[in-house]
Design a protein around this ligand. Structure first.
Ligand code: AMP
Length: 291
């Protein structure tokens, strides 16, 4: 497994970006390259993306970067879990070919001025309380696409709004990469795996179950034939007491993320939720499959 920047190399040597381009140029055109972008603190959710990439690609590249442009000054950039040694062990165990431990100074040198934004999609849901967030995400993802020129790239449905935004950006900018959607990996009690879960206290960990529980209940109603979105939303909201600070819970069109009143059975929908649980921001969602 190749790691960039190479450990034990002095800073005066070729920049990591140049090393990365050299690696990329050395790969013959008939090889399928899969890219898995992450912020590290890897868990089974990330591993599921890596495994999917391993099945479908000749070479798998993993990036680990807690991207500062997607955090506001009052957010958890400094306390976001960082477990590089453990992440490298996982990458080795999953047979990753290249790990890029990206570095802020190289990706955002002094004077960096470009913004990438898709306001119609990025200023709703998570974008209301985190207005800077998706511009930061689209910028780093676009940079990684340019650096790696992957054939396929793997994103989790856990971050549903992010996925829709990246798919839209890929279409809008004619990027030649296939976005592979990977299903949410959950704990046995339903909680969606997230790197932030380690920051939950024992009590908050219990309280956090309400997110997935509420989504499963709403999906049951959908499966039983309910098509009025407000009824599904009310069903889900009934699960919440005062233990979590709910940011939003919305029944949405799966592509446009527009709130729905009525769900066309042949189109389905997605329910997205975000909440602050004991000081930790958690998100979850469930797709209501067409029937
Ligand atoms: P992150 O490190 O949180 O930025 O996530 C990196 C990638 O892993 C994103 O595409 C996420 O959607 C995906 N991911 C994170 N958690 C999960 C999960 N529980 N199940 C599936 N994919 C996930």
């Amino acid at each position: 497994m190749k790691i960039l920047p190479e450990p034990n190399r002095s800073a005066s040597q070729t920049s990591t970006v140049v090393q990365l381009r050299n690696w990329r140029r050395g790969i013959s055109a008939d090889k399928v390259i899969g890219l898995v972008p992450t912020m590290g603190a890897l868990h089974e959710g990330h591993r599921s993306l890596i495994r999917r990439a391993r099945e479908q690609c000749d070479l798998v590249a993993l990036t680990i970067f807690v991207n500062p442009t997607q955090f506001a000054p009052d957010e958890d950039f400094s306390t976001y879990p960082r477990t590089h040694e453990q992440d490298l062990e996982i990458a080795r165990a999953e047979n990753v070919d290249l790990v890029y431990l990206a570095n802020t100074e190289e990706l955002y040198p002094a004077g960096f001025a470009t913004l990438i934004d898709l306001p119609a999609l990025s200023q709703r849901l998570c974008g209301i309380s985190r207005p800077h967030f998706f511009a930061g995400v689209s910028l780093i993802v676009l940079k990684l696409f340019h650096l790696f020129e992957p054939d396929k790239t793997y994103f989790g449905e856990k971050d549903y709004q992010q996925l829709v935004i990246i798919e839209q950006m890929t279409r809008d900018l004619d990027l030649d990469v296939e976005i592979v959607r990977c299903p949410i990996v959950r704990e046995p009690d339903g909680l969606a795996l997230s790197s932030r879960n380690v920051n939950l206290s024992a009590a908050a960990r219990e309280d956090a179950q309400v997110l997935s529980r509420s989504l499963f209940l709403a999906r049951q109603r959908w499966q039983a034939g309910e098509v009025i979105a407000t009824h599904l939303r009310e069903e889900a909201l009934r699960s919440y007491g005062t233990e979590v600070d709910l940011d939003y819970l919305e029944v949405l069109d799966r592509d446009s993320l527009e709130p729905l009143v009525y769900i066309q059975p042949e189109r389905g929908a997605v329910i997205c939720v975000a909440a602050n649980v004991g000081g930790v921001r958690l998100i979850d969602n469930i797709v209501l499959e067409p029937h």
